[in-house]
Design a protein around this ligand. Structure first.
Ligand code: GAL
Length: 447
């Protein structure tokens, strides 16, 4: 509990900083005009007005996430539209807060949860982010009856239900599965330089060397928000350790001075030698743009980038951009699952359940995921709704060994992730392997 409150205090501080700079964050995010973001702002203003008039807002369904702006919001908007068609009597407020991987939203959420002012429902990653932050603090309602009524028990992979459960109780409904260990690449750049997708670290470094010689940035990185670099590192670790030992590392069962871990950090350092110089001033969308423009050849990004390439940058999958598994992880799948639950104390519990029902339905998932770039969490979705990337990924997911993402809240607590992001961020500029591994180990010992 003490750790939880320490976490809250830290997030409250971050929130204060976010609040100061939040106004133009959407523009900063995308560098593009963003009508979706403007709508969100307008809706927030309406809610503020309602609050000022003394209304409790209990009748509105407030959906909280970080899906705003380019590459993020299309799936959510379509899901809300579907919900509104089915439930025209329920007013929805899209309360999204911009910032990749919840950089800002998580802080806002923590403040609200602490003040017993939860949104009707909120985006939360399956795994430790849900369990250690909110279930452990007794802030979520079990959904076992809901799962029974909606006949959901056999509609999601068992491993996924386990990730959203604690002591036999289920606490959220997964809307999707994103893959984190994927590299997207500019197909013309590869073709013009006679390159093939690499499958091992050595092959990757050779490809990177050739691109570098041709004066093309081998790997785009935008670590203005530190999680993007953490994501690259976790994929190197997955390749070096395999899914079981990768998980054992975050559980504290494998030490950070294991020689495979040291080697992985060295490999990560080599990879960082091939990124764009201005990486620290770009966010994930800005760095993905380098690939679409052909200035960079590859990017390791969760497949929300596939949504961004297709929907926002009008690129065709397997024509303009291709994809391959992060080196040495072809058989593995880094799982990132966005879920929504029922916070304790909300007034419109039945409406929340109606939303969870739409979000958990085949139609809901097949409306949301083709736009989001993710695959459905449900096992019985309609594959004809997905493009080649989606169909391939659905198949890979069925056969692959699964691993939970650290960078996206599943493998370890939110407090640990914050420290890991800091350690990786320092490493990106200093390149001190020993310091990185010591910091990661020390942070785990504090858990
Ligand atoms: C992840 C989230 C994805 C996507 C991404 C970038 O944490 O699971 O749905 O939004 O962040 O913001």
């Amino acid at each position: 509990m003490r750790k939880f409150f320490g976490f809250i205090v830290m997030l409250t501080f971050i929130f204060a900083m976010v609040a100061c700079g939040a106004d133009n964050s959407d523009e900063e995010q995308t560098g593009e005009e963003d009508t979706g973001g403007e709508e969100t702002t307008a809706e927030s203003e309406e809610t503020e007005e309602a609050a000022a008039e003394g209304e409790d807002g209990g009748g509105e369904l407030e959906i909280f996430s970080w899906w705003t702006g380019a590459g993020e919001e299309d799936g959510l908007n379509a899901l809300i539209e579907l919900f509104e068609e089915q439930h025209p009597d329920i007013a929805v407020e899209n309360a999204a807060v911009a910032g990749g991987a919840g950089t800002n939203a998580k802080a806002v959420l923590a403040t609200r949860m602490q003040g017993n002012d939860p949104p009707s429902t909120f985006q939360v990653h399956a795994g430790e982010e849900l369990n250690q932050s909110w279930v452990a603090a007794d802030k979520m309602e079990p959904l076992n009856d809901f799962y029974e009524e909606e006949e959901l028990m056999d509609k999601f992979p068992e491993e996924l239900i386990d990730m959203v459960s604690q002591d036999g109780d289920i606490y959220s409904v997964p809307v999707n599965i994103h893959r984190g260990n994927v590299i997207f690449y500019n197909m013309s750049v590869f073709e013009e330089n006679g390159l093939e997708p690499p499958t091992t670290f050595d092959e990757f470094l050779n490809v990177a060397e050739e691109l570098d010689a041709a004066e093309i940035t081998p790997l785009a990185l935008g670590d203005k928000e530190a999680w993007t670099a953490t994501q690259v590192f976790e994929n190197v670790l997955l390749g070096a350790l395999g899914p079981e030992d990768y998980q054992a590392l975050w559980n504290g069962d494998i030490s950070f001075d294991d020689e495979r871990v040291v080697e992985a950090a060295e490999t990560f350092k080599q990879i960082l030698g091939y990124v764009n110089e201005d990486h620290a001033s770009r966010n994930w969308q800005d760095s993905a743009q380098l690939v679409s423009e052909g200035e960079a050849a590859m990017i390791n990004m969760g497949d929300w980038a596939k949504g961004y390439f297709s929907n926002d940058l009008d690129m065709e999958v397997n024509e303009d951009f291709g994809y391959f598994a992060f080196p040495e992880t072809t058989e593995d799948f880094m799982v990132i699952s966005d879920t929504f639950g029922l916070p304790s104390g909300v007034e419109n519990e039945e409406d929340v359940k109606k939303f969870l029902s739409v979000l958990g339905s085949v139609e809901g998932q097949d409306t949301f995921n083709p736009l989001k770039g993710s695959i459905p969490a449900r096992v019985d979705s309609d594959e004809s709704k997905y493009d080649e990337y989606g169909v391939d990924t659905i198949e890979d997911f069925r056969e692959a060994n699964l691993a939970p993402s650290l960078a996206h809240g599943s493998a370890a607590s939110e407090g640990y992730l914050t420290k890991a992001n800091q350690a990786v961020n320092i490493f990106v500029t200093q390149g001190d392997v020993e310091r990185l591994l010591e910091s990661l180990e020390a942070a785990l010992a504090e858990e």
